[in-house]
Design a protein around this ligand. Structure first.
Ligand SMILES: Cc1ncc(COP(=O)(O)O)c(C=O)c1O
Length: 424
């Protein structure tokens, strides 16, 4: 997003008394609203309640005769692998199903690379310095993995097409310590951006100084459209294979925001060599995943068309909330030119940019008025937004009426913080 520019700074400063009064009145209301995390609402979770009943007491056998109650089946139940393969546009043989969290699979993939290295590399990453590129604003938990494992992070700007590829290409070509890059390529967290074909092709083709460089391709929102038409995203495994870099991408997804956020199924897709390598390690870590949960997901959704139909029901619940955010911001903030926000066509977040230096104050004011927002800076490596302007809005969890009220509070806080800033 381009930076917001106040249409009339002096008029904003003149109205500061009005903004103070409005804010004080909002504080009086004693609100208690939580807009911090992108969790599905109870109504969304209810959509998948049938999962809990789909398997009868004698129904535990997968199509190939596997008794899903028992050990084994390291890479997952075949019928659910088939659904994930279609979702991620790859072959079932290039996919492993995991437990309930793709974040665990990402974390473990990084840890395996640090401790043992990856195919095509020259040993454990931890033998030398390791750096990841972090398109920002991005997903805070990606950055937490790096921070936790002492991996240095370089923030890269995102625009409407994806990460700033001129910068990315230059950095990866020059610095062999850059081993990885986080990507949320569709309906990105928090900006909602879907990478363009041009961006995907450049990421697939770029020359990297590290021979064992990996794209951590977190396709968390692959089927999470808010409208009937889905954004188009080029399939990265095929693009990288055609570019001569088949081992470059590690693709992750899960049903966390399709079925149950705490009890879904995660998956990793990659080249045959990467999959074989991951399985070698996984076989030490576990004797097999929760295949019963995998089987009931396969039975409940039946096929990929079943997943798509289910996601339209989610969209029906989520779309009015996203549209409420846009409506309130448009009404309250558009004229002043002191903020910009995204209008995503999918995913879970709206990204709000204030004037430079105002985000922390907006979050503080909102909390004091009873609206908890994700901490300012959370969307940047080390929790530090260099311009202190980005705020992640997560409208999924609260009821629609609360989303509307919360956004009115946020807009009032943006007006007040901006006016105070311009007056100082
Ligand atoms: C980009 C992204 N990746 C991963 C996750 C978490 O996925 P999982 O529940 O499969 O660990 C989230 C959750 O908000 C997310 O936004």
């Amino acid at each position: 997003m381009t930076a917001p520019r106040p249409s009339s700074p002096s008029r904003l400063v003149e109205r500061i008394g009005e903004y103070e009064t409005r804010y004080a009145a909002l504080r009086q209301r004693g609100l208690k609203l939580d807009m911090t995390r992108g969790k599905p609402s109870p109504e969304q979770l209810d959509l998948a309640s049938g999962l809990l009943e789909v398997l009868g007491p004698q129904d535990y056998e997968a199509a190939d005769g596997t008794d899903t109650r028992n050990y084994g089946g390291l890479d997952g139940v075949a019928e659910l692998k088939a659904i994930f393969a279609e979702m991620l546009e790859t072959a079932p043989a290039q996919l492993i199903l995991g437990g309930n969290a793709s974040l665990t699979m990402m974390h473990d993939a990084v840890v395996r690379a640090l401790s043992h290295g990856v195919p095509g590399g020259s040993g454990p990453w931890s033998k030398g310095p390791v750096t990841f590129l972090c398109p920002s604003p991005g997903y805070d938990r990606h950055f937490m993995i790096c921070q936790h494992l002492n991996i240095a992070m370089i923030s890269v700007d995102l625009d409407g097409e994806g990460p700033d590829l001129d910068t990315v290409e230059k950095l990866v070509a020059e610095d062999a310590s850059i081993k990885g890059m986080w990507c949320v390529p569709k309906y990105s967290n928090p900006t909602g951006v879907t990478y363009s074909d041009r961006v995907v092709k450049r990421l697939a083709n770029m020359r990297t100084a590290a021979t064992d460089f990996r794209l951590f391709w977190d396709n968390a929102y692959v089927v999470h459209d808010l409208y009937t038409e889905s954004d188009r995203l080029l399939e990265v495994l095929g693009e990288c294979a055609r570019a001569g870099h088949p081992n470059r991408p590690l693709v992750f997804a899960s049903t966390s925001k399709i079925s149950f956020a705490g009890a879904g199924v995660a998956a990793m897709a990659a080249s045959p060599e990467n999959i074989a390598d991951a399985k070698r390690h996984l076989g030490v870590q576990t004797i097999g995943p929760d295949k019963l949960n995998q089987l009931r997901h396969a039975r409940f959704y039946r096929d990929f068309a079943g997943v798509r139909a289910h996601m339209q029901k989610h969209a029906g619940l989520l779309r009015p909330k996203f549209e409420a955010v846009a409506r309130v911001f448009e009404r309250e903030l558009a004229d002043a030119g002191i903020a910009q926000w995204t209008r995503p066509r999918g995913g879970y977040f709206v990204s709000l940019d204030t004037l430079d230096g105002c985000a922390t104050e907006v979050v503080r004011l909102a909390e004091a008025a009873g609206v908890k927002l994700t901490g300012a800076g959370a969307t940047f490596p080390y929790g530090k937004d260099p311009r202190d302007r980005n705020i992640r809005i997560a409208p999924s969890l609260p009821p629609l009426s609360q989303v509307e009220t919360a956004m009115e509070v946020v807009a009032a806080c943006v007006l007040l913080a901006s006016a105070r800033k311009l007056a100082s």
